[in-house]
Design a protein around this ligand. Structure first.
Ligand code: PLP
Length: 376
């Protein structure tokens, strides 16, 4: 038996330390959540049905009702092409395990949510990082790098758009180019699309990768754009039968099936997904407007690299003090949690800012006072 040797998940260990004690969470990647009651209130008669729902094992693939609801988000996938998981994280773990072999070459967009890189490495793949570059007007990916990086043994390309932690969004042209490269070289495309629906300009929203490409696996989840991480409901959508069947069988060794109450609530929430995403985009937009004057006034102190989508950005603070140290004293002195870029293996001046929560402004006021008071 092969045991996967996984390095510590830096970001998750960091959150484990502070998430439930910090007063202001200024770096969350999810949007403002809801109570169970608020979700039930979205449709009349739900409350009774929820209380009467059965707590037996659920269908391993996810209930048909939920998969139908999820399939409604896609142009080319039916319920047969959806597999529900415990959050996006289980789906990432299972995909990497069934799709990759030691010695495969994998290209991963970087920086990234650590499991997207860590798992291929732990499996023994040769990993090439496709690095985002920060330019004056935003983050950029070098498309020529991708064409040049393809090898005979390239098995998969792993992308994440809208992106954690930068808020970068591929253009339609770039998405088409990636798919063209994958198709020409028979490469799987794993597209982490968990922040979809949070594009600041609707025309920038990309089609789901699995709608455009038959060997793409699209990753979706209730946690981010819909603000419901406590449900632990994620999914993959793919038209690749072989990957679908292998992932379904692998799930018997991870969660077997999903939580019945979570499936019920996710089904309701997805019936109203546009309304929920619009509410979350509104919160994001108000919070970004709130910090704009500060960003304009303090360009020399804080380099803002504009995000195009999602509730997070990855700016840098221009000081010699490492962000880890600043983060430690911010939490100790002001109760404000920011995420140092080192959690993504990045330079010490980067940090992740999260603005999808309603109490963002109070946390930002504390943060802003701290940095302009010259405490750094
Ligand atoms: C890009 C990305 N993918 C996957 C995940 C995992 O999501 P979940 O918590 O729903 O498992 C996250 C969580 O932060 C993420 O940012």
């Amino acid at each position: 038996m092969i045991t996967l040797k996984l390095n510590e998940f830096r970001l998750e260990r960091y959150f484990a330390q502070y998430e439930f004690s910090a007063r202001y969470l200024l770096c969350c990647s999810d949007c403002e959540s809801f109570s169970i009651q608020e979700i039930l209130d979205l449709d009349p008669d739900n409350e009774r049905a929820f209380k009467e729902s059965w707590l037996g094992y659920t269908e391993s693939k996810g209930s048909l009702e939920l998969r139908n609801q999820i399939a409604g988000l896609y142009a080319m996938c039916s319920a047969q092409e959806i597999l529900v998981h415990s959050g996006a994280e289980e789906a990432i773990f299972n995909f990497m395990n069934v799709a990759l072999e030691p010695g495969d070459h994998v290209i991963v967009q970087a920086p990234c949510y650590q499991s997207l890189q860590e798992l291929p490495e732990a499996i023994g793949c040769e990993v090439s990082l496709w690095k985002l570059r920060s330019e004056a007007d935003g983050w950029e990916l070098d498309m020529d790098f991708l064409s040049g990086a393809i090898k005979k043994n390239t098995r998969a390309i792993i992308i994440n758009s809208p992106h954690n932690p930068t808020g970068h969004l591929l253009s339609h042209q770039e998405q088409n180019k990636i798919i063209e490269i994958c198709r020409a070289n028979k490469i799987l495309l794993f597209a982490d699309e968990v922040y979809r629906y949070l594009e600041y300009r609707e025309e920038d929203r990309l089609p789901w990768a699995c709608d455009l490409y038959e060997d793409a696996v699209s990753l979706g989840v209730m946690s981010k754009s819909f603000g419901l991480p406590g449900l632990r409901i994620g999914w993959i959508a793919t038209r690749n039968r072989s990957i679908m069947n292998k992932m379904a069988a692998f799930k018997d060794y991870t969660s077997i099936c999903n939580s019945a109450p979570s499936e019920f609530l996710a089904t309701i929430a997805l019936r109203h997904y546009q309304q929920i995403a619009e509410r979350n985009l509104q919160i994001i937009s108000e919070n970004l407007d709130y910090i704009k004057p500060f960003l304009n006034e303090h360009r020399e102190l804080l380099t803002w690299i504009p995000p195009q989508a999602g509730p997070i950005a990855f700016p840098r603070l221009n000081t010699d003090v490492a962000m880890e140290e600043i983060a430690r004293s911010l939490i100790a002195e002001r109760g404000v949690l920011i995420l140092p870029g080192i959690c993504y293996g990045m330079d010490k001046s980067y940090f992740r800012l999260g603005f999808g929560r309603r109490n963002f402004k109070s946390g930002w006021d504390e943060f802003q006072k701290y940095i302009v008071d010259g405490q750094i």
